[in-house]
Ligand binder design. Structure first.
Ligand code: NAP
Length: 261
């Protein structure tokens, strides 16, 4: 039976691109997001590109328990899971003082807790088979804090921590863990974050990479069992500067974030 890949946040952007890249390699797909119509379009595209089978499942991951539910649906319908890509998420460009605890709790549920629930639900299956791969789509600002995006950074740092620690727990059990840290990527993310932040729009300091590049990197990370991937050269440069001078990197982040203040 061909590989089965579960992807959350597959209705647009990076998740959609990852689905397309896996489909091109002949993987079967279980696609998750809220917008069913969009998922249906992605599923059709994936079938046309070589996926032997696709299923869609609408879940609102802001609801506690949905992360686990989607995994049990996937196991019911696809009989197995080989790769779990936890990608669904959204951001904000808001000072902490203006971002309520309720909003933070919702973002935490979608960006981190739902991924934790999915991983926990998939682990018995992976452990029983002695194989499987978990992908967490974090961000470069899960490695270096960006002012005015603190709630989002917190969720992305948590994903990096979870992924790094989990890799150590699972390395001798045949289960891989990859953390993907994209830099600025051209997707709907920025419009969604603007709405979340009650802003008409957000400024774009640089031209970003395409989601296609990130989708392909996710497939590569799984195939090569990469532990962590940093994408875009400004992001890689930032991490290097941060190692040499945290103060300079802090200043750069302040400058970059000031456009969205
Ligand atoms: N774009 C960037 O610059 C960038 C950089 C670094 C990291 N990332 C990360 O990459 C991941 C994908 O983002 P993207 O850039 O591809 O943005 P996107 O195009 O806005 O995609 C976000 C995906 O998450 C899903 N989603 C959001 N809220 C959800 C909810 N409550 N329940 C279920 N699904 C939900 C959306 O589907 P529905 O709306 O249909 O539910 C959509 O499929 C995110 O985790 C983001 O943090 C993005």
């Amino acid at each position: 039976m061909s590989e089965v890949v579960v992807i959350t946040g597959a209705s647009s952007g990076i998740g959609r691109s990852a689905a397309i890249s896996f489909a091109e390699e002949g993987s079967g797909l279980f696609l998750v997001a809220r917008r069913e119509e969009r998922l249906r379009d992605v599923a059709e595209q994936c079938l046309a590109l070589g996926a032997p089978r696709t299923e869609i499942s609408a879940h609102d991951l802001s609801k506690p328990g949905e992360g686990a539910r989607l995994v049990s649906f996937a196991l019911e319908r696809m009989s197995k899971i080989d790769v779990l890509v936890c990608n669904a998420g959204y951001g904000c460009f808001t000072p902490v003082a203006d971002y309520s605890a309720e909003k933070m709790a919702r973002m935490w549920q979608v960006n981190f807790q739902s991924a934790y629930e999915s991983i926990q639900a998939a682990l018995p299956h992976f452990l029983q088979r002695g194989s499987g791969h978990i992908v967490l789509v974090s961000s470069i600002i899960g490695k270096k804090g960006m002012p005015f995006s603190a709630p989002y950074c917190a969720t992305k740092f948590a994903q990096v921590g979870l992924g790094e620690a989990l890799w150590g727990e699972l390395r001798e059990k045949g289960i891989g863990v990859s953390v993907i840290c994209p830099g600025y990527t051209e997707t709907e993310f920025h419009e969604v974050a603007a709405v979340e932040s009650n802003k008409a729009q957000t400024s774009r300091p640089l031209k970003g990479q395409s989601s296609r590049v990130v989708g392909q990197a996710i497939v590569r990370a799984v195939r090569k069992k990469k532990r962590q991937i940093h994408l875009t050269w400004p992001a890689k440069l930032l991490l290097l500067i941060n190692r040499i001078s945290t103060r300079l990197a802090d200043y750069i982040m302040l400058k970059v974030s000031s456009v969205n203040r």
